[in-house]
Design a protein around this ligand. Structure first.
Ligand code: ASP
Length: 363
């Protein structure tokens, strides 16, 4: 009798496990940054390189999901590809700070447990997304910054590199251009400022009206208005969601500035009850609007679909507040959303049957 009940129990467990298998729903979505990405500013070679990079990231993440890996493992695999590629503003190819350094931020969140991990302002960790995962899985903390995060990553056996590994000439030139532009604007406003308020240049610049010249903050943070952050959201066969984001932040950032990417709820969020979200754009706006969590909250409290919730936040709230950028999101049924309010966003998705699409521009 006892043996019979045990056999019955085992059979029921098997049925339950089978019923939970969502292998037909596995989905992976990636972004490689949003911003002023137009057909006119693109060469065929450049477009091809981006498409290949995005395709490889989709492929690597998909392989993990297809082989029974978790959504966190798939997010890590996809983001590694983009962190290792100099094309994206994450890992190798990250943008430069005002001091000419590369300071990286990354975060991960798991929808099933609501566990999360992030690192901020790190300069020696080759793949910051893996450090964020280590923070989530191997520590009692959620967020680590700077030297401490680097020491932790080293202790966890992650690959540590010399800061020069992250250098690319393209990004360094972008910093030089940003500084040059900043200087020009400062000179310009300086003359105006003397006329208007007796030389209080600093105040004059910071309160420059939107309709006039761009503010210093705009110059510091949005050189070229291109945000090359990378991100990935995934749904695995166990029905679990995960979101990850990795970035070098914004060109010419200073004073240890941290963006939205490593801030749970701002640039990165996942909850099995709602969706997984990764953002890219002008981080200051995304932090203040708590973008990723707001999308989840609209689904949770208002019963919105992932598409409607993401649209509401990116195309309405952020636009009204002046925040440029976009997000990728997936819900637990594999429905996806990829809205952006800038000219373009490197993005793509792959579904259970391997069907994939890579998009760059608005049209
Ligand atoms: N959101 C990032 C930040 O503000 C920038 C980006 O998306 O490229 O740090």
């Amino acid at each position: 009798m006892k043996t019979l009940s045990l056999t019955l129990l085992a059979a029921l467990c098997c049925i339950a496990a089978y019923a939970q298998d969502s292998s037909d729903k596995i989905t992976l979505v990636i972004h490689g940054g949003a911003g002023t990405i137009t057909r006119a500013s693109m060469t065929p070679e450049r477009e091809k390189a981006y498409r290949e990079g995005l395709d490889l990231a989709l492929q690597k993440g998909y392989e993990v999901l297809k082989n029974g890996g978790t959504s966190v493992q798939a997010v890590e695999a996809a983001i590694h590809v983009m962190e290792d590629s100099p094309l994206f503003n994450a890992g190798k190819g990250a943008v430069f700070t005002n001091e000419g350094k590369n300071e990286l931020d990354a975060a991960i969140m798991e929808g099933k447990t609501l566990k999360a991990g992030s690192v901020a302002g790190v300069t020696t960790i080759k793949n910051p997304i893996s450090a964020a995962i280590a923070v989530m899985d191997k520590s009692v903390h959620v967020m680590m910054a700077g030297k401490g995060a680097e020491q932790f990553a080293k202790e966890q056996g992650l690959e540590i590199v010399d800061p020069s590994y992250f250098h690319t000439d393209v990004r360094y030139k972008a910093l030089e251009r940003a500084k040059e532009q900043e200087k020009t604007e400062l000179d310009h406003h300086g003359k105006e400022g003397k006329k208007a308020d007796g030389g209080n240049d600093e105040k004059k610049i910071r309160t420059a009206p939107k309709s006039g010249h761009r503010s210093v903050d705009d110059l510091i943070f949005t050189e070229g208005k291109k945000f090359g952050t990378v991100g990935c959201v995934a749904l695995d066969r166990y029905g679990n969601l995960a979101a990850g984001t990795s970035t070098g932040g914004m060109t010419n950032k200073r004073y240890g500035r941290i963006g939205d990417a490593p801030i749970i709820g701002a640039g990165t969020y996942a909850n099995n009850a709602t969706c997984a979200v990764s953002a890219t754009g002008h981080g200051e706006y995304f932090i203040r609007s708590v973008v990723a969590h707001d999308i989840s909250a609209l689904m949770e409290y208002k019963g919105m679909s992932v598409a409607d919730a993401a649209n509401e936040v990116v195309m309405k709230k952020l636009v009204e507040r002046g925040g440029e950028g976009g997000v990728i999101a997936v819900d637990r049924n594999g429905n996806i959303a990829m809205p952006f309010n800038s000219a373009g966003m490197y993005r793509g998705y792959i579904k259970a049957d391997g069907k994939r699409e890579i998009l760059i521009y608005r049209d």
